[in-house]
Design a protein around this ligand. Structure first.
Ligand code: AMP
Length: 211
């Protein structure tokens, strides 16, 4: 199965992509994670994208589409964080058809702004391994320390209130045309993402199994 996850910042794309990858045994391609890793390692790609990311702006389509193309092979996948506009959606169609593949479903995680802001402002990530936590919903065993690797937990630069605002504006501008793109292809599934992560996943499964 080849799936993409759409939704606002804070809709839970990352969490659902991880669960889907584990439970459905498909590869996870997370654009945000890949780009953050490049920034962390100070690679030439990281240098190019970091200013956009820090400001909550979209990285140019050409760059992200190239990263996606490099990461898609014959293995089934769930992509989190791409496409984010119709131009990228068209790029994805081209990438897949070049490889003789096609997309099965686009899952839209629908969330209220209130829920999303609560999630984003409480989110912490491990500086070392990138694992995700939430100060209320998913706290680490020891405050400020990663359960998995013992690394320090930090707030993502783009989870600061001013940047969250920007990311919402960017999202809202692109979202409706992007949803219509997949609705017209009869590939869109809409899921209530205000629920707890496990309930969201169960709804995803139910809707995937019923067309
Ligand atoms: P995320 O972790 O998905 O919230 O992504 C974090 C940041 O990475 C975004 O705010 C963008 O700056 C950049 N980014 C991730 N995916 C894309 C994409 N598909 N197109 C452009 N920029 C992206």
């Amino acid at each position: 199965m080849r799936i993409i996850l759409l939704g606002a910042p804070g809709s839970g794309k990352g969490t659902q992509a991880k669960t889907m990858s584990e439970k459905l045994n498909i590869k996870r391609i997370s654009l945000g994670d890949i780009l953050r890793e490049e920034v962390k390692k100070n690679t030439p790609l990281g240098e190019k994208v970091k200013e956009y990311m820090y400001k909550g702006l979209l990285v140019p389509d050409k760059i992200v589409s190239m990263v996606v193309e490099e990461n898609i092979d014959s293995e089934d996948f769930v992509i989190d964080g791409y496409p984010r506009n119709t131009n990228q959606a068209k790029d994805l169609d081209n990438i897949l058809s070049k490889k003789n593949l096609s997309l099965d479903k686009a899952i839209y995680l629908e969330v209220s702004q209130e829920t999303a802001i609560k999630r984003l402002s409480g989110r912490r990530i491990c500086k070392n391994c990138g694992a995700n936590y939430h100060i209320e919903n998913m706290p680490p065993k020891k405050e400020g320390i990663c359960d998995i690797c013992g690394g320090m937990l930090i707030q993502r630069k783009d989870d600061e209130p001013e940047v969250i605002k920007n990311r919402w504006i960017v999202f809202q501008k692109e979202n409706v045309p992007l949803m219509n793109f997949y609705k017209e292809k009869d590939k869109l599934i809409i899921v209530d993402a205000n629920q707890e992560a496990e309930e969201v996943f169960q709804e995803v499964l139910k809707k995937l199994n019923h067309g």
